[in-house]
Design a protein. Structure first.
Length: 370
């Protein structure tokens, strides 16, 4: 009887453990995901909305975004990107139950983060890739978690420090966490990062040097603007001005600011600058500027400081007729000044003549006929 109770208790604990693990596996990415079919992008021109791209222009400051998707394709590849050089982010996606979760072939400038690859034949496959950054993802129960054939051309972690430091969570990582520090050499307690690296399968001997001990939970909190935050202008001319603003705050860290002219994005500015030169404006025109703060996870503030300003008008030359038409009072002032000057000259000459005439009369010879 005692043995039966022991076996029953063990079975219950195993069921609870499996249930807890399944909960952990299916919810490490943000809850709001849209179901999407497999994505195939071949060449920079294929970064389109139809192919799952939700924003961006493909530049370093404004990369293409593939985000907030849930993809399952049992006989194929969830996200397949080939032969591209544009900058792009794959962020907050869940790819499960597929042959290949994410496959990047002959790609540069890729960034895969805050995503979960689970129960695929291959989690992420990098073939002839360069300048790819893979970090803060969850690799859970894939037959082959990842593959990379170009080694140090790519990075599988984002360093130890920084707003979004660390590597990835690997469900088959068997290391321990007893130490901390950039080299895991301070052995006074854990820091959430494994003490030894995780080797990426493939021919490159790539490493995740900062593997996470628990699944990564993405940042969903947007930056905040403290009370009294301001957007101000200086060096204002008829066609340009310079804007600067106070700093926003974030629980992880502000990475960049997005500057708007009306509803149009002017540019993204790194968080260390907080200043932007705006050119191409029209004289005597009113503009509305505003700024939003964004963090590494792509969360942007709900609003931000704003500024309304009117550019100055070009001064008219006194040599133009339009100048005198608009400034008619100056004509009157000039005329009055001229008239006054002439009158003063006349009065002065009159006094001088009146003083000379009596003297001339006093020197006349008396008439002898008298």
């Amino acid at each position: 009887m005692g043995m039966t109770k022991c076996v029953l208790l063990t079975a219950i604990l195993l069921v609870l453990a499996v249930f807890s693990l399944s909960t952990l596996v299916t919810h490490p990415v943000a809850a709001t995901l849209s179901s999407h079919g497999p994505i195939l992008i071949d060449g920079n021109q294929a970064f389109t909305n139809a192919n799952g791209v939700s924003g961006g222009r493909g530049s370093l400051a404004d990369p293409y975004l593939i985000r907030d998707l849930s993809i399952t394709t049992p006989a194929g590849t969830g996200i397949d990107i080939r032969n591209t050089t544009s900058y792009f982010f794959i962020r907050n996606v869940l790819v499960s139950g597929s042959q290949d979760g994410i496959s990047l072939t002959n790609v540069t400038n890729a960034d895969v983060e805050n995503s979960t690859l689970s129960n695929n034949q291959h989690g992420i496959v990098l073939l002839s890739n360069r300048a790819s950054l893979i970090f803060n993802n969850n690799f859970i129960s894939n037959v082959i978690q990842a593959n990379d054939n170009l080694g140090f051309d790519n990075s599988w972690d984002n360093g130890y420090y920084g707003p979004s430091g660390g590597g990835n969570y690997w469900s088959d990582y068997n290391g321990v966490d007893k130490c901390s520090g950039i080299s895991q050499a301070v052995c006074t307690g854990p820091d959430g990062i494994g003490d030894t690296s995780y080797r990426i399968p493939g021919t490159s001997n790539s490493q995740d040097y900062n593997p996470l001990m628990t699944p990564f939970i993405p940042d969903t909190t947007p930056p905040n603007w403290p009370a009294g935050s301001k957007l101000t202008s200086y060096r204002v001319t008829r066609t340009s001005l310079t804007l600067n603003w106070t700093a926003a705050t974030d629980d992880i860290g502000v990475v960049f600011y997005t500057l708007y002219k009306g509803v149009t994005i002017l540019q993204n500015v790194t968080s260390t600058l907080r200043e932007s030169n705006v050119t191409g404006l029209e004289q005597a025109t009113t503009y509305n500027f505003s700024v939003k703060a964004c963090d590494r996870a792509g969360n942007c503030s709900n609003g931000g400081p704003s500024l309304t300003i009117t550019t100055p008008t070009t001064p008219l030359s006194p040599l133009t007729i339009d100048f005198w038409i608009r400034n008619w009072y100056l004509i009157l002032a000039v005329a009055a000044a001229v008239a006054g000057t002439v009158l003063l000259v006349i009065l002065k000459r009159s006094r001088q003549l009146s003083q000379v005439l009596p003297q001339e009369n006093s020197h006349r010879i008396p008439d002898s006929r008298g």
